[in-house]
Ligand binder design. Structure first.
Ligand SMILES: C[S@@+](CC[C@H](N)C(=O)[O-])C[C@H]1O[C@@H](n2cnc3c(N)ncnc32)[C@H](O)[C@@H]1O
Length: 280
């Protein structure tokens, strides 16, 4: 997907995206923030920040002497993040519309670089995940910390296969190529980072040492409301683009029926949380 189509897809999710934060984005973002062991006063870069699932806990951790630059392509998600930060009276977080592949360290950050870099559920959307992330790691000072979260192998799989089967029954395969799409499933970048060993090697390849990867177990009951919010509030929404409202309503009903028929009553949201240190 191009930056423009990613921005369009994620801007379209803005109404439902944050309904998922409590059960989906939040646990991973909070875990990543803890795992990065921020210190008071740290300068943090959070890329692919969405509504701030990891960036807002980072801002709380680094305190008033710290700063978080939270960047994303989707301004409608950033706007939700800004409102959440205002609600929490956090003045040390800037939500900025920017492409992570182009970001340069502003002059307000010490020359050595950021103290930490975070990216939760974002690296597999970058056009060149390895190259783009290695460049972002280079914006962190030597000895600073870097961390990512990704879906663990098998997470959301039974659900997403069912969803894309329903989509396929309504149309020829779309060009949608999110990490969980049937089409191109085996070739998707997420396959290169979906186990503890793969993700550890991936982060070392991007320039990190002392890498630690832990698994965060998480399950959500597959209620009809949650399931549809998961579709509308994530990249899976992109596959609905060709359809009118009536067809979308049919897809929702058929998805719900097929999940019931298959006994899928819980969604596996298993996630890997990986951290390391930028090599000197
Ligand atoms: C699944 S969401 C995760 C958002 C957030 N980190 C969270 O965990 O809630 C992925 C985000 O990556 C953003 N994104 C994708 N490619 C990007 C890029 N090149 N630069 C900045 N943001 C990007 C999307 O706009 C989307 O908000």
């Amino acid at each position: 997907m191009t930056a423009a189509s990613l921005a369009a897809t994620f801007n379209a999710t803005s109404r439902e995206f944050d309904t998922l934060t409590t059960q989906v984005w939040g646990p991973a973002g909070q875990s990543l923030a803890y795992a990065l062991e921020f210190a008071s006063g740290d300068a943090v870069l959070d890329v692919c920040c969405g509504t701030g699932a990891s960036a807002i806990p980072a801002a709380a951790a680094v305190g008033p002497d710290g700063i978080v630059h939270a960047i994303d392509l989707a301004d409608d998600l950033l706007e939700v993040g800004r409102a959440k930060a205002t609600d929490r009276a956090l003045r040390n977080i800037d939500f900025v519309l920017a492409d992570a592949t182009q970001w340069e360290t502003p002059s307000t950050i010490p020359d050595a670089g950021y103290d930490a870099l975070a990216c939760s559920y974002g690296i597999f959307f970058l056009p060149d995940p390895e190259g783009n992330f290695a460049r972002l790691v280079s914006l962190v000072r030597p000895g600073g910390r870097v961390g990512v979260t990704v879906w663990r192998k098998g997470a959301i799989e039974a659900f997403s296969r069912t969803y894309f089967e329903v989509i396929a029954a309504h149309s020829p395969p779309s060009e949608h190529s999110g990490p969980l799409a049937q089409d191109g499933y085996d070739k998707h970048p997420i396959r290169r980072m979906e186990t503890v060993d793969l993700l550890g090697a991936w982060l070392r390849g991007a320039g990190a040492i002392d890498v630690r990867v832990v698994e965060l177990a998480n399950h959500a009951p597959a209620t009809e409301t949650f399931v549809w919010n998961l579709v509308l509030g994530s990249a899976m929404r992109g596959a609905l683009t060709p359809f009118d409202d009536a067809t979308r309503a049919d897809i929702r009903a058929e998805l719900s029926a097929l999940l019931t028929e298959r006994g899928i009553d819980s969604i596996d949201l298993g996630t890997l949380v990986a951290t390391g240190v930028r090599a000197p």
